[in-house]
Write a protein that binds this ligand. Structure first.
Ligand code: F0G
Length: 457
């Protein structure tokens, strides 16, 4: 299909342009932690694709007409109907963002000593499991271990390992199976429908509920259409509906494929579980017809969910990611293959072999992208996933040293991504000049948000 992005800019926001000296100063003041940078010192912000998408005129028109009634607002019914059409779930609860959905659902299905098993838990998802005293176990498929392989579904869960866990001595402790589509913690790789169906069947055979973390359901559906036999003629909406139908429910941040600044939902088939979640929701998030969201957010989501399943939109977005992946490769920077949609994961460990894991090559590359080009992205390597001792020295490195470049929806044009590729090319010409970093200060939990670092020259 020949296509183009099915939207155009109608209102634009100015991008800050900074000098290298200003960026050096800003990054030092931020303790070399991109999360501490003021956004007005960032030119191309690839920190996240969450809540950063550009809204459409249709979304803004709907938001302007939102109904702010506390109970039973029209905005809620539009939100609910859009989700019901998409998922088929009878029970739909709004929450303010994905992690709130996790907290509300998990506290109804897990408790201390239980196990949550996933292809890969996202970091807040893992935190919400662990805060309940439960254990989060990741079972990514073996294919993910080879970053260069072109296997189409490296986001899959390892079915053999899942079977062993469920029928082994810890099987009785498993409280839920959670499949993250696409697998954000696992290189943004998709999960196949065959894998979803097989995992759901296994879970059911052991009486364990199975849920989706469906933050990127439309992008997963698009990759299924492109890569899985038997799906080429289906629409993204049909594939998504089938995926939701395979499981007992979902949590989903709508800041990604809802193309909304804020929002999330819980979808369930079991009325009794839905009732328990609703009680928790009302006590902690808000009444069941707004769940912590403003009415305009409900309406932006209702429209965004229609726009996100447009095949032209998904084709253009996937094309954008694939093109940037090619450009990165041509510039001499390897990425996790094959490229997904919401982000590219740069193989910093390979680009910067002069830096050992304890000098955090992923963090070094992320800092360099900022210093050289005002580009902000985030490390996914030993700084994020490794274990540290009391003196903050790295004891166990992460398996890979990656940098995630997330691609906000409908925000940047090819011109911006050409610039990103040029900056990557500049860095790749003299990678040995990129310094390593050491930790100056690290909090014990969720450390990457609050770390302070220093370059080691
Ligand atoms: N699940 C997945 C797979 C996610 O990627 C995220 C957020 C969440 C849950 C939590 O949702 O932010 O609405 O509370 N991911 C963002 C990211 C923050 O940058 O990948 P939330």
């Amino acid at each position: 299909m020949r296509t183009f992005p099915p939207y155009r800019s109608q209102v634009v926001a100015e991008i800050p342009v900074t000098t290298r000296a200003e960026r050096e100063q800003a990054l030092a003041a931020a303790g070399y932690n991109a999360f501490n940078l003021p956004a007005n010192k960032v030119s191309i912000d690839l920190l996240t694709d969450s809540g950063t998408g550009a809204v459409s005129t249709a979304q803004e028109a709907a938001a302007a007409a939102a109904d702010r009634s506390y109970a039973g607002s029209d905005s809620f019914y539009r939100f609910r109907d859009a989700l019901r059409e998409l998922t088929g779930y009878p029970h739909l609860l709004p929450v303010h963002q994905g992690r709130a959905a996790e907290r509300v659902l998990f506290s109804s299905v897990l408790e201390s000593g239980r196990i949550s098993v996933s292809n890969t838990h996202f970091d807040t998802t893992r935190a919400n499991v662990e805060l309940l005293g439960a254990e989060a176990i990741d079972l990514p498929c073996a294919e993910f271990g080879d970053l260069d392989s072109l296997e189409p579904f490296k986001g899959n869960i390892d079915l053999d390992a899942l079977e062993r866990l469920l029928s082994g001595p810890d099987g009785a402790r498993v409280g839920q199976v959670l499949l993250t589509i696409t697998n954000n913690g696992g290189g943004g790789q998709p999960v196949s429908m065959a894998n979803l169906a097989a995992a759901a069947k296994l879970a059911r055979a052991h009486g364990v509920p199975v849920f989706l973390d469906a933050a990127r359901f439309a992008e997963n559906a698009w990759l299924v259409i492109q890569r899985e036999a038997g799906y080429a003629d289906k629409t993204p909406r049909e594939v998504a509906r089938e995926a939701f139908g395979l499981v007992d429910g979902c949590v989903a941040s709508l800041k990604k494929d809802g193309i909304a600044p804020m929002g999330a939902f819980i979808g369930l088939t079991d009325p009794e579980l839905a009732q328990r979640c609703e009680t928790n929701l009302i006590a902690t998030e808000g009444f069941r017809t707004y769940g912590g969201l403003a009415a305009h957010d409900l309406d932006r989501v209702a429209k965004g969910l229609q726009e996100v399943v447009d095949p032209h939109y998904l084709a253009a977005r996937a094309g954008e990611a694939a093109r940037l992946a090619r450009q990165a490769n041509e510039a001499g920077v390897d990425i996790v293959q094959p490229p997904g949609i919401h982000a590219l994961y740069l193989n910093a460990g390979r680009l910067l072999p002069h830096l050992t894991a304890s000098r955090f090559p992923g963090h070094s590359l992320a800092c360099e992208l900022y210093l050289a080009g005002g580009i902000r992205c985030v490390e996914l390597g030993s700084l994020y996933l490794g274990t540290l001792d009391e003196q903050n020295e790295l004891i166990t490195p992460a398996p890979f040293e990656l940098v995630r470049m997330a691609l906000p929806r409908r925000v940047y044009t090819q011109g911006h991504y050409d610039y990103v590729a040029e900056i990557l090319g500049d860095i790749a010409k003299n990678p040995e000049q990129v310094p390593g970093y050491r930790i100056v200060e690290a909090p014990k939990i969720l450390r990457h948000f609050n770390l302070r670092m220093a370059p080691v020259h």
